[in-house]
Design a protein around this ligand. Structure first.
Ligand code: SAM
Length: 269
C-alpha cells in the first residue's frame, strides 16, 4: 500500500536523500540512541531503513521491529539491511495509528522524522504508548523548518522553505513540529520528559556537512517538492528557482547554514 500523503514522495532520489540525511546526522542525533541489552525496540515509520541501519548497528544486543505504511519502502529497507549483514531487525508493514501488536509488547519505541507527516501526532503517540511496556521509553526525533537560518540571507530561500511548510500543512502535517515535541510527549502522559535541541551548524570548515547537510539533505528536500508546489500555485517557477539557487549559495566558501533538530525522551509509567 502506498501512502500518497507523504509530501516528499517515494522516489529513488528521496531514498538517497533519506540515507544521506541519516549518515550525515548520525553523530548529532543518534550519539545517545542506546538501548539496554536484549531490548525489543519498535521503530515506527522506518521508511527505506536509513535510520534502521544506524540504530541496529549501534545496538547489536537489541532486537528491532521496524514498521512502515509503505510496502515498497519496507522492501527497500529489507534489501539494505540484508546487504549490510545486519541480523537484529525484522520488518513489517503496519499503520502507526493501528499497530498489530498487543499492549505492552516493546521495551522501547523510536520514531524519527515521521510525526511531522501525521495529521494526528498525539493519536499516533498514544498508540505507540499502548504497545510500550511500563517503564519503557519513547524517543521521538523531528526537525523544525522555522529553525533554518543562513548566510547570505535570502527572502527567496526563506520563501522556498515556506513552500514546503505550506505543502506539509495542506497534507495535514506540520514541518515545524520540533518545537512541539515537549508538549506532545507531555500530552500523552509520559514522565521524565526531556527534549534536547540538536543544532547542525555548517560552514566551509565542515566540508562533509556542506555536502551532506546543506546540499544533499536540506536543499535536496526543498528542491524535491518543487514541481508539486509550482503546480499547486504556491509559488512561481522563477521565484522557487531563485530560492533553491540561494540555498545552494550558502554552500560556497563564505556561506553559513544552521538548522535545529529536536530529540525527545519520555517514559511510560
Ligand atoms: C520522512 S520518512 C522517514 C523515514 C525514516 N524514519 C527516516 O528517518 O529515514 C516518513 C515515513 O513515515 C511513513 N509513514 C507515514 N505515515 C505512516 C503511518 N500512518 N504508519 C506508518 N508509517 C507511516 C512514511 O511511509 C515514510 O516512510
Amino acid at each position: 500500500m502506498m501512502n500518497t500523503r507523504y509530501v516528499h514522495g517515494y522516489s529513488d532520489r528521496e531514498a538517497l536523500r533519506l540515507n544521506d540525511q541519516a549518515d550525515t546526522l548520525d553523530n548529532i542525533i543518534h550519539n545517545d540512541t542506546i538501548f539496554s541489552k536484549d531490548s525489543l525496540v519498535l521503530e515506527a515509520g522506518c521508511g527505506v531503513g536509513a535510520q534502521t541501519k544506524i540504530i541496529a548497528k549501534k545496538n547489536p544486543d537489541s532486537n528491532f521491529m521496524s514498521v512502515d505504511l509503505s510496502e515498497d519502502s519496507i522492501s527497500e529497507a529489507q534489501k539494505l539491511i540484508k546487504a549490510l549483514n545486519i541480523n537484529n531487525v525484522e520488518f513489517r508493514q503496519a499503520d502507526i495509528y493501528n499497530l498489530p501488536y498487543k499492549d505492552e509488547t516493546f521495551d522501547n519505541v523510536i520514531i524519527c522524522f515521521v510525526l511531522e507527516h501525521l495529521h494526528n501526532p498525539k493519536q499516533a503517540l498514544n498508540e505507540l504508548k499502548r504497545v510500550l511496556k511500563n517503564g519503557g521509553k519513547i524517543i521521538a526525533i523531528e526537525g523544525d523548518h522555522g529553525s533554518a537560518f543562513f548566510y547570505p540571507d535570502s527572502k527567496y530561500a526563506h520563501s522556498a522553505i515556506d513552500c514546503l511548510i505550506q505543502l506539509q500543512r495542506q497534507s495535514g502535517g506540520n514541518s515545524n513540529i520540533g518545537r512541539e515535541l515537549y508538549p506532545l510527549l507531555n500530552s500523552i502522559g509520559l514522565s521524565g520528559i526531556s527534549v534536547s535541541p540538536r543544532m547542525v551548524y555548517v560552514d566551509a570548515s565542515r566540508p562533509q556537512l556542506v555536502e551532506g547537510f546543506i546540499k544533499n539533505t536540506f536543499t535536496a528536500m526543498i528542491e524535491g517538492v518543487g514541481e508539486k508546489v509550482i503546480k499547486q500555485g504556491i509559488v512561481n517557477r522563477s521565484n522557487f528557482k531563485k530560492g533553491i539557487k540561494d540555498l545552494y549559495r550558502t554552500a560556497q566558501p563564505d556561506g553559513v547554514f544552521s538548522y535545529t533538530f529536536f530529540k525527545g525522551y519520555g517514559t511510560k509509567n
